[in-house]
Design a protein around this ligand. Sequence first.
Ligand code: G3H
Length: 476
Amino acid sequence: DGIVYKFLVNGEWRKSTSGRTISNLTPYDETICYEVQACTREEIDEAYATAHAAQRVWAKTPIWKRAELLHKAATVLRQYAALIATPVLREVGKNRKSAYDEVVRTAELLDFAAEEGVRINGEVMSSDAWVGQKRNKLAIVERVPVGVVLCIPPFNYPINLCGSKIGPALIAGNAVVVKTPTQGAVSTLHLGAAFKIAGAPPGLVNVVTGKGSEIGDYLVQHPGANLISFTGGATGIDVSKKAGMVPLQMELGGKDACIVLPDADLELASTAIVKGGFSYSGQRCTAVKIVFATAEIADALLEKVLAKLAKLTIGHPEENADITAVINKKSADYIESLVMDAESKGATLTTPYKRVGNLIHPLIIDHVKENMKLHWEEPFGPVLPFVRVGDAAEAVALANKSSMGLQGCVFTQDINRAILVANELAAGTIQINGPPARGPDHFPFTGFKDSGIGAQGIKYSIESMSKVKSFVINLP
Ligand code: G3H
């Protein structure tokens, strides 16, 4: 309790010369759980400098040795999974089982990144594929590291969505500077610790802490950043505007639609809606954020969803409750404002609205219409709008009006219809007869429109975090 954590630069744990710390509150009772350093600009300069020095050596380190480090870090994560789950639970209010699973998932991700990285090869191209050319030029095309990757993970997966950046970055030959989320900072520092314990060379993995409002712009606009990998909310749009000439890998959330057609298996669809909409209290970019139910089945679907929703447990993350407090008061107030706006404009709350502190009871809001904010905005909480539509075409048109396009899902027993609907939906991934989800983590993960830039997923991230370099051999 009250532990003050240091940040990690050049392989050393340090206190900031700012002399200031930032208090981290638990979501469920808003007491201070940890304090982290408020890093200065000079410390950020040092993190980048040390990362560049380490990267020059790391780029020449054999890939099998890079892979060895990732496997060792994965082993450390597994060994300390129960311990590392504690800050995840306390800082971001994830229930104990999910917090533990997040650590293990990250270990698996690092192992997979190591295995994938050793298999990434370039190609050889010959000039005579081009019309009129002779076979006198050979291009040897390979992938080289970008340099130093600035990793900015979000609060909701402070370990996993940082590991999904560090793993591919390192195996591709890069070093990293990580900016922790404010809530989630100590969890992310534990991931840094896992790499240190695993024997990462000093400077390869640096983890700085501080408020985004104080150091965010400085980190993002720093000449030391050769690529920015960001996961989070709309702040990412700001980051992309400020970043300048560096490649971006961005994932900024979604308004993932779940379209249920008249012939759908309603048992399957209702299970997916409750799991997809309410896991981690809806605080996932891939959560089901709006349901479009076709008129024929809307009542029957809603009945099933409500029956399943009533079975969710609500309470403390230590008790493994399904629904726990949302991240902070600001978020809870925002969610509440969306509920009030919808109710005042004629939507139906299927159960009475209930909030205790930051703990919002799960709620389906029926008859949501286009004039309500909940139709368009992402609550990032356990509140799900239910929209009744005439047919699939109407659902697709409404879903595509969203400024975001991360994932979507369609439920029908007719695979041809599923593909036709999926073809029309403007989102990076369409799940057929299943809820939206990023994993398994080797699958591609992309966001259309304001949901993102570039591709994630282990192989895709390795490609995003490396650049193509060619050697052309000119033959006589
Ligand atoms: O919150 C954003 C994450 O990428 C979602 O990951 O689908 O595994 O919950 P998930």
